[in-house]
Design a protein around this ligand. Structure first.
Ligand SMILES: Nc1nc2c(c(=O)[nH]1)N[C@H]1C(S)=C(S)[C@@H](COP(=O)(O)OP(=O)(O)OC[C@H]3O[C@@H](n4cnc5c(=O)[nH]c(N)nc54)[C@H](O)[C@@H]3O)O[C@H]1N2
Ligand SMILES: Nc1nc2c(c(=O)[nH]1)N[C@H]1C(S)=C(S)[C@@H](COP(=O)(O)OP(=O)(O)OC[C@H]3O[C@@H](n4cnc5c(=O)[nH]c(N)nc54)[C@H](O)[C@@H]3O)O[C@H]1N2
Ligand SMILES: [Mo]
Length: 730
């Protein structure tokens, strides 16, 4: 559509912690966004989903925070009074210095997350300020895929394990293992390539407790599986392959170490238990015949892409599932080949040689608090150094705040500096997180809305939306750089993260904090890219799509020319057996992938009291908790708990009934969605709904995290899919 008179169209790449990046065509008249369309440039187009198209309602939402505010009621009550930026920054500066001088810089706890997933205006702006004044305690462990990162580091020594998605068209068989990219965006256009693969006749098999939109649209076969047991199925597939002599022995001999030890475990030589399909059927609920058939199919169809989703890795022993998936990919010789897959995370960087080549942004001194910290017990040396920083795992943040040094943590935490994240809403065990928040001396939150987390702030700082700043974003199924053009001025007194960092640095009297404007920094960053010829063209088009001669395939160089490209592991090979893991001497981190039964699984004694397994999936209309308050998006789907008719009938529950979902950690009330699209014994609450406790402390907002356990796997995975609950009619 062309613009109306006086209306200007601006291309703005958009990326709000949603797993993708897309191009918005934003129409602006007299400084106001009038409507939003999407990519109408050359193919491949990076078209927006419902959230991007609804972004106008986010910008102009009546609950946008437009001014700094200070708390006037009790903490968590949500009563605030407007203050000036000057007072807000002065208060923050004083609190930071007070806490640092009284307790030490380690008592300042810095927690950040996605926000707008862009390279410049992000939480690092704040981190730089804190690093200048003595540092802060940081938190390690991504929410998303630490089980996968750990497994990749152990096995490949490297985390860029993904291919560009156009390579799916070279596959003969795609296994979507706990992967739902039609809904949970993992690089914009992934579902488009799956659709093209489907059209081209590629066979697609889905393994998931739910019959998802992706399964319904793309899969030829759906195999339901008991959550948290995927590793057992993969190991039984290895059994079938070994017994049938179907493994690619030449590949294993040339590129891997430790297959023999794994084989001994699989065949039962090690522990007397052969890991047969019948053994796995008891654990996974998947018929032995199905496991046998899929194993043979995967081993004999070449090339085949085992797309190991990250949700099965967010479980009690998530890294074992990822290690097993990589091992199967090696056994079938699918690593480093077109149409194959490394078996690493379904959502991993396809690069860095393919994209992400940008220049340097602002620098900061190393955070003095974490600089001298001892390495974590289960940290492996790997390029993902950022993942190693910090001494508290994300899953343990509430515990660390509540127990501090007495609980074995490195410090007592007094001040929480919260950027681009929704603590407590997105964190395991919300009721514990609330107790942790109440125990702190000071909480500052940088927010756009009065979220569940914002309500607990002592000081609330309004941040600008995606359309109110210039920045650069990435995240396509094939490579692109996106320019996030500033379409309008920040609403009210909202400020960008960069601007806030400059203002705070000035208040704290930090000399030489910055010497460039936003524009100068972005030019500097682009200038460092060998891919982008002209900053002006990039900015005008809002996107620079990379033209590649062929799809990018992870580890292709290591496989094509191993002599010159050893894997960055101690042995230089793919480590099915990892000596580094053996050296950890922890039975829960075995040197070869093993099935370890989860706590809060079906055989846990707790299952008598709480017999349903809860999974907490990512939702179409939200990016985590973001967009929950957008009316156009709320119209799309109700927040509800999905349950199988067998489980519903046994409890007298009908579609739409209000139900209580509870365990010893908490309770939430929401409507039931009774559907055969989820297997019996499993319930699903889409994550991200806003925690809204009633006067009795029962959540009425549909927030799954009042139920989840604040625990991580031995390798660091956030265990948001390992939880037992009971459901009753409310
Ligand atoms: N629309 C939307 N897209 C998003 C996001 C969002 O919030 N909304 N968030 C983004 C981010 S940051 C992330 S980390 C990713 C998350 O991406 P994922 O983790 O892949 O997303 P989920 O929806 O949690 O899970 C994917 C599928 O795994 C299944 N599953 C759950 N547990 C198990 C299990 O134990 N075994 C098996 N086999 N399957 C299981 C679920 O039923 C679901 O269909 O998505 C990104 N994309
Ligand atoms: N039970 C359960 N819990 C989960 C998950 C799960 O699957 N199950 N998934 C986990 C995963 S994978 C993730 S990644 C986390 C996500 O957890 P978070 O990253 O904490 O979740 P978001 O909802 O993205 O929160 C970002 C917050 O930052 C605010 N914000 C402030 N400034 C800005 C800005 O400049 N831009 C933007 N865009 N936002 C800003 C937003 O308004 C929003 O409230 O949740 C985790 N929690
Ligand atoms: Mo995530």
């Amino acid at each position: 559509m062309s613009g109306n008179e006086g209306e200007q169209a601006i291309y703005c790449t958009h990326s709000s912690h949603c797993g993708g990046g897309c191009l918005l065509k934003v129409y602006v008249q007299d400084g106001v966004v009038t409507r939003i369309e999407t990519d109408d440039q050359a193919e491949p187009q990076f078209r927006a989903c419902a959230r991007g198209r609804a972004y106008r309602q986010r910008v102009y939402s009546p609950d946008r925070l437009l001014h700094p505010m200070k708390r006037v009621g009790a903490r968590g009550e949500g009563k605030f009074a407007r203050i000036s930026w000057d007072e807000a920054l002065e208060t923050l500066a004083k609190q930071l210095i007070r806490v640092r001088d009284t307790y030490g810089a380690a008592s300042i706890l810095f927690k950040w997350s996605g926000g707008d997933t862009s390279v410049f205006h992000n939480a690092m702006c704040h981190y730089r300020v804190l690093s200048h004044i003595g540092g802060c305690s940081d938190v390690w462990g991504t929410f998303s895929f630490d089980g996968g990162l750990f497994a990749e580091q152990a096995t490949f020594g490297w985390n860029d394990t993904g291919n560009t998605r156009d390579d799916l068209l070279n596959s003969k068989l795609i296994i979507m293992w706990g992967w739902n990219p039609a809904v949970t965006i993992q690089n914009t256009n992934t579902a488009w390539y799956l659709a093209k693969a489907k059209e081209a006749g590629v066979r697609i098999v889905a393994i998931d407790p739910r019959y998802t939109e992706s399964n319904a649209t793309f899969a030829d076969e759906w195999i339901p599986i008991i959550p948290g047991t995927d590793c057992a199925m993969l190991i039984a597939m290895a059994y079938v392959i070994i017994k049938g002599g179907l493994q690619d022995q030449a590949f294993l001999d040339r590129y891997t170490v430790g297959f023999e030890q794994f084989k001994a475990y699989v065949l039962g030589d090690e522990d007397g238990i052969p890991k047969t399909p019948a053994w796995a059927e008891q654990i996974t609920g998947v018929p032995a015949t199905t496991i046998e058939r899929l194993a043979r199919e995967y081993a004999t169809t070449k090339p085949a892409a085992l797309m190991a989703g990250i949700a099965p890795g967010r479980t009690a022993f998530g890294e074992q599932y990822h290690r097993a998936a990589i091992t199967l990919a090696a056994m079938t010789g699918n690593i480093g080949k077109h149409g194959g897959s490394s078996g690493g995370r379904s959502w991993a960087t396809a690069g860095p040689t393919a994209y992400f080549r940008l220049g340097r942004g602002p620098r900061a001194p190393r955070n003095p608090v974490e600089a001298g910290a001892p390495p974590r017990r289960n940290a492996l040396p790997a390029p993902g150094v950022a993942m190693r920083r910090g001494q508290i795992n994300t899953a343990k943040m509430s515990d660390a705040i509540l127990r501090g040094k007495a609980g074995g943590y490195p410090a007592d935490y007094r001040l929480l500096y919260q950027v681009d994240t929704d603590y407590p809403n997105q964190y395991l065990n919300v009721n514990k997180a609330v107790r942790a928040l109440q125990s702190l001396e000071f909480v500052v939150v940088f927010e756009q809305f009065m979220t569940p987390g914002a309500k607990f702030a002592d000081l609330l700082m309004p941040t600008s939306s995606s359309l109110e700043k210039n920045d650069i974003a990435l995240d396509g199924a094939t490579g692109f750089y996106g320019y996030m053009n500033k379409a309008i001025e920040p609403l009210g007194e909202a400020r960008t993260h960069f601007q806030i960092s400059l203002d705070l640095a000035a208040k704290l009297g930090i000399a030489d904090f910055n010497d460039k404007t936003e524009e100068e920094w972005l030019r500097e960053i682009v200038k460092g890219s060998p891919d982008i010829a002209s900053y002006e063209t990039f900015k005008k088009d809002g996107i620079h799509k990379l033209q590649m001669a062929e799809p990018y395939v992870a580890f292709k160089a290591n496989i094509d020319d191993p002599a010159n490209n050893p894997f960055p592991t101690p042995s230089g090979k793919i480590e099915i057996y990892s000596q580094r893991l053996a050296d950890m001497n922890d039975p829960l981190i075995p040197p070869i992938p093993k099935y370890i039964e989860a706590w809060e699984g079906r055989n846990d004694p707790l299952a008598k009291k709480y017999p349903l397994q809860l999974i907490t999936t990512h939702f179409t209309r939200r990016a985590h908790s973001q967009y929950e308050n957008i009316p156009w998006l709320r119209e799309l789907q109700p927040q509800a708990i999905s349950m199988n008719p067998l489980d519903a009938e046994a409890r007298g529950i009908k579609e739409g009934d209000s139900v209580r979902v509870f365990n010893d950690r908490g309770e939430t009330i929401m409507p039931a969605h009774v559907t055969e699209r989820i297997m019996p014994g499993v319930v699903d609450i889409p994550q991200g709904a806003w925690y809204s406790p009633d006067e009795k402390g029962v959540d009425r907002g549909g927030c799954c995290n009042v139920l989840t356990k604040d625990e991580h796997s031995p390798g660091g995975a956030f265990c948001s899919n390992t939880t037992l609950v009971q459901v009753e009619k409310a």
